[in-house]
Design a protein around this ligand. Structure first.
Ligand SMILES: *Cc1c(COP(=O)(O)O)cnc(C)c1O
Length: 470
């Protein structure tokens, strides 16, 4: 399998060439030249495989520059019951007989779905860097979930260091405890005196210093990384197999969405031939995507219009993976995709598809919906009262929208993208009680914390990296 850019550069690259990269050189995102097709015979063969074996089958269709035995070992090291809490890895449970089900993607080390892909990325990075005899310094900014998932995936890995910037004092106590209690020598927590955008700006400034970037082998692990997206395709298949008896049945998915990474993997699974009826994009008050799927207009929000909500991992002003779907929707017209996401967005902050293009969206199964803080509270409460099921704030956005979209005869699977323990304040507000906490995490706030407070200056961060690389 070869990979091309969404912005028209037709250079074909192999999986391991794009593994450690972010954007394509022309500023686009990588996609495979075509989607491998999965027929009924293949689906029948995959039904009943363990999660790791299923992951191996799917990844093999997209990765031909890692020997099969090595790839198999990597996925088996990644998807274990010890790391993800159960043999199914992503267990599906029913909400009574409502037709709505929940697939748990959040039983990994940091209790959020980003572990599903990031844990694999950690093993892939270590493998590929050893093969090349190279080192990589991952520089990132986080407001919570991404940073901790990256640190737990990369901790102790050979050849990798992580420098993770976070806004000092602004993460939840639980998130701070999760990240700052790590003691691995290759993990560096830098608490920036400022807000998330300050941290993000520093990452951009450092990455734009190309000489520094090259000398210190600076890389990222953000959600546009193709390997992360590919790892996420697997749990659509796993959820389908757990929910259905035969491959003649269809299911729908509702996905709590921010940067469109999670649901974009669903688009890939559907393009491969997995019988998905609907892919429902659920947003919070930051409804860039809901607006697009209702109107065909994509309008990036300014910072004044970007809301801080109680489902903070979905607080986005633009959806960084969205370009991948638009490229497919436009018949893989790289020039038009480049024009829309380049000059048009830069000049107007928005673009509108033609009526014909907008009408074509339905053919890809997409629908959308939106949820507010009041909806989250009501949904957390009703899900707990009706089904005895405690869901987190992001999952609640999904459950709210799923009940609006569920159709008779088609199971509707909502992704649980985080556990309630991570967002205790809102659970307390909704239910008047503390969320349950998985075993082993009872006292993490009391553990010693290891982090360095830094001013919001790129030069200081560069100096810190230099000092810790030599
Ligand atoms: C990252 C995240 C999301 C949003 O996923 P995208 O891939 O950005 O759409 C939703 N919920 C939680 C808990 C997350 O951490």
């Amino acid at each position: 399998m070869k990979y091309i850019s969404t912005r028209g550069d037709q250079t074909q690259r192999r999986f391991c060439e794009i593994l450690l990269e972010g954007l394509a050189p022309d500023g686009g995102l990588y996609l495979p030249v075509s989607y491998p097709q999965v027929d009924a015979t293949t689906l029948a063969r995959w039904r009943g495989l363990s999660y790791a074996d299923l992951a191996f089958e799917i990844l093999s269709l997209y990765i031909d520059d890692i020997p099969a035995a090595d790839l198999k070992a990597l996925v088996h090291k990644t998807y274990t019951a010890a790391v993800f809490g159960s043999e199914q890895i992503v267990p599906v449970r029913r909400l009574g007989d409502s037709g709505v089900l929940i697939e748990a993607l959040s039983n990994g080390p940091t209790l959020a779905f980003k572990d599903m892909a990031m844990q694999l990325l950690g093993h892939l990075f270590e493998y590929e860097l050893a093969r090349r005899g190279e080192q990589l310094n991952i520089l990132g900014a986080t407001s919570g979930d991404t940073g901790s998932a990256a640190e737990y995936a990369m901790r102790g890995k050979q050849g990798v260091r992580v420098f993770m910037l976070s806004p000092n004092g602004r993460m939840s106590p639980f998130q701070q405890a999760q990240m700052f209690s790590l003691r691995d020598a290759n993990i560096h927590n830098l608490a920036v005196e400022g807000v998330f955008d300050d941290a993000q700006d520093i990452v951009k400034a450092v990455s734009n210093d190309l000489a520094f970037k090259r000398q210190y082998k600076i890389g990222t692990v953000n959600s546009i990384n193709w390997a992360r997206l590919l790892a996420q395709v697997v749990y659509y298949f796993a959820g389908y197999f757990q929910t259905t008896q035969s491959n003649a049945e269809q299911v729908s998915f509702t996905v709590p969405s921010g940067n469109f990474g999670n649901v974009c993997a669903g688009h890939v699974a559907r393009m491969m031939g997995l019988p998905i009826a609907k892919l429902v994009v659920a947003t919070n008050e930051n409804d860039v995507l809901d607006e697009f799927f209702r109107t065909g207009t994509y309008r990036v929000r300014g910072s004044a219009e970007t809301h801080e909500t109680s489902s903070p991992s979905m607080d986005i002003s633009k959806a960084s993976n969205f370009e991948r779907f638009v490229f497919d929707l436009l018949g893989r017209d790289g020039a038009r995709t480049a024009a829309l996401f380049g000059p048009t967005l830069a000049k107007q902050g928005a673009f509108s598809l033609t009526a014909e293009e907008t009408a074509a969206i339905a053919g890809y199964g997409f629908q959308s919906g939106r949820s507010t803080h009041a909806d989250r509270l009501a949904t957390i409460r009703s899900t707990y009262e009706r089904f005895g099921d405690m869901v987190d704030t992001h999952t609640a956005d999904g459950v709210k929208v799923a009940f609006e979209r569920v159709e008779a005869g088609v199971p509707m699977i909502v992704f649980e993208t985080a556990l309630p323990a991570k967002f205790a304040a809102t659970i307390q507000e909704a239910l008047g009680r503390e969320p349950t906490r998985p075993a082993g995490l009872e006292g993490i706030e009391a553990l010693p914390k290891r982090f360095t407070v830094v001013p919001p200056q790129a030069d200081v961060i560069k100096q810190y990296i230099r000092t810790h690389c030599d």
